[in-house]
Write a protein of this length. Structure first.
Length: 377
């Protein structure tokens, strides 16, 4: 009997119970011995996934209602047995990673706008075939990647726009084989199909790493707010977020030309071009490219960066909003590498060297100056 209960509980935790099994589990939980086993198994699953204690108050009504809406099964009779310790929010871990989010990344969808202006939310967990307005297959989506097919018979240039929310990374393979990896909070406008005889041109807001398929007959151009990049075949990173004072491009391999109405400059591998927001001035320097492309592996590197800019990066990376009530802190310089730390661990690390305090309330974070208690004589 105990083994059977464990099987049913495991199926409950993974959203796999049938109606008959749900009714059976409810009946079993009326026995205090079974209820104790059930609670221990649920709590263990939460601790394994999240390494922290339960909040015994939140989650019951929210989770129960959501599960009933999603499945039609009567989850509340079962949840009442778990309500003493439930944040099934955690156990169900993003409602089984289907249409919800983990503790760091609140986004499980990306948004794609077609040529008619219609916007569709694509779930990161779904695999699907993409169609144009005529119903023809134009590509496929698997997890965090869309791959467009090449159709040389197409003669009309049609643009789509993909928007990647904060806390998410996403990639696109364009119809010519060019791969674009997009960082959190980025937007890319691109042709569904490149047309023979016309330049390959895309538009980016945010940050992206480009591995451009070589085609000497069709130059590839990346347009940003402050500059354009012209390339035949190469690997480079572009960072041009709307809230950045400085945009940049770093060349990893090949050759590119950066230009706007005021100037042109060719880059060599290992060179970084930094462009002022107005686009009127720029500078080029030799750099180690790893710092600028590590985000593709989920790694964030800060090297002698002021905290004001670091805050913006953290907001995008962790999908949080940071309110800084300690303005002097924004000009403080930090060097750090973030691999798999959560936002609390990161801020704790920074606070040890600059003495500030912070409070996390869901996805809102408040930073204040730490006041040192002084003894009164």
């Amino acid at each position: 009997m105990e083994k059977h209960l464990e099987i049913l509980t495991d199926k409950f935790l993974h959203h796999q119970l049938t109606q008959v099994e749900a009714n059976h589990l409810e009946a079993l939980l009326e026995d205090p011995v079974n209820l104790k086993i059930f609670r221990e198994q649920v709590e263990m699953q939460f601790l394994v996934n999240h390494q922290k204690e339960f909040n015994p108050v939140q989650g019951f009504n929210i989770i129960g209602g959501a599960l009933e809406n999603r499945s039609g099964l009567p989850w509340r009779p079962i949840l009442k047995y778990a309500a003493i310790f439930v944040v099934l929010i955690g156990i169900l871990s993003l409602f089984w990673n289907n249409g919800h989010v983990n503790e760091q990344n609140a986004a499980t969808v990306v948004y794609i706008e077609n040529e008619t202006g219609d916007t569709e939310a694509l779930n990161l967990e779904d695999e699907m075939v993409l169609h144009n307005k005529e119903g023809e297959i134009i590509g496929v989506k698997t997890a965090n990647l869309i791959t467009y097919k090449n159709n040389p018979t197409v003669t009309e240039l049609v643009y789509n726009t993909i928007r990647v929310p904060n806390g998410t990374l996403f990639s696109i393979v364009l119809s010519d084989g060019t791969k674009v990896e997009l960082n959190a909070g980025s937007e890319l406008k691109y042709p569904v199909q490149f047309i023979k005889g016309k330049d390959r041109q895309v538009f980016i807001k945010g940050e992206g790493f480009f591995n451009v398929s070589k085609d000497s007959q069709h130059p590839f151009k990346v347009n940003t707010r402050d500059f354009d990049i012209v390339v035949l075949g190469t690997e480079f990173n572009v960072s041009a977020y709307e809230n950045q004072k400085i945009s940049s491009a770093v060349l990893v391999e090949g050759s590119v030309r950066i230009e706007n109405n005021n100037w042109k400059k060719e880059l060599r591998p290992g060179e970084l071009a930094s462009i002022a927001k107005s686009g009127s001035s720029f500078q080029v320097q030799k750099v180690k490219t790893r710092k600028y492309i590590a985000w593709r592996d989920g790694i964030t590197i800060f090297h002698n960066e002021n905290f004001g800019q670091i805050i913006k990066t953290l907001e995008r990376k962790y999908n949080v909003k940071i309110n800084n009530n300690y303005p002097e802190l924004e000009q403080e310089i930090f060097t750090a590498t973030i691999v798999d730390e959560d936002i609390e661990q990161v801020l704790t690390l920074f606070s040890k060297s600059r003495q500030f305090k912070f409070e996390i309330n869901e996805r809102k974070i408040t930073i204040d100056k730490k006041v040192t208690n002084q003894s009164v004589v």
